[in-house]
Design a protein. Structure first.
Length: 225
């Protein structure tokens, strides 16, 4: 398989904005955007030539004890793909971000927009949070026989309902679909206060993530495994 130091570590996220967080950290970013099949195809091509894959970015809380900006290091993944994260990678991340919560993540491609769906998922699993890319990233890592990790930050709480515009906010390439967001607001102007609160939560999680990453070395911890 060659020397893993000569192979890239792939960081899989949802948006290009999240990808900006790890610029200069020695990883190759792949944004899933709103097109899971494109992400799946990209990773199928890239993973066999990679050293490892880490799913990172924002996440929605399932566990009601999670707070905005809380960092999560995944220990295992459930949902669309079930499996453990690489223990050595988890240990490396924990050593650099000791305040992070360590536990299970859920991902199956669904967008959990309301508190009822989050509560239902909480009752069926022990997951701390949910995202929309980890199951695809984990499957690609498993197929390629390489380590997999998860590093996420809570951007919306378990008890909140996300506004309709959020479901339309991502372009297929991970950019922001401003036209769709504005169109949604014009159709349902009453969602604007909730949208502003949601954006504020994202900004808080984004800032927390940026501060945490200042402590992370070795290609998001991979080289310290």
């Amino acid at each position: 398989m060659g020397d893993v130091n000569d192979k890239p570590v792939i960081a899989v996220t949802g948006t290009l904005r999240e990808g900006d967080l790890v610029k200069g950290l020695g990883v190759t970013v792949v944004a899933g955007g709103s097109d899971p099949e494109r992400l799946r195809a990209q990773l199928a091509e890239m993973a066999p030539h990679a050293a490892g894959i880490i799913s990172f970015g924002m996440a929605g809380a399932i566990d009601r004890h999670m707070k905005l900006g809380d960092m999560i290091i995944g220990s295992r993944l459930i949902g669309g793909f079930a499996g453990d994260c690489d223990e050595a990678w988890v240990k490396a991340l924990r050593s650099m971000i000791p305040t992070a919560k360590v536990g299970a993540m859920h991902a199956d491609g669904r967008f959990f927009a309301d508190h009822r769906s989050k509560n239902e998922r909480a009752g069926r699993s022990a997951a701390l949070a949910v995202d929309m890319e980890s199951h695809i990233a984990a499957q690609a890592a498993a197929d390629a026989g390489i380590p997999f990790a998860i590093l996420r930050s809570i951007s919306d709480l378990s008890e909140v309902n996300l506004p309709p515009a959020i479901a339309l906010a991502m372009k297929p390439d991970g950019g922001v679909n401003y036209g769709a967001v504005i169109g949604s607001i014009l159709k349902q102007p009453g969602q604007l206060p909730n949208l502003m609160t949601t954006v504020s939560g994202f900004a808080k999680a984004y800032g927390q993530f940026g501060r945490a990453l200042k402590k992370v070395q070795g290609r998001l911890g991979f080289d310290l495994r």
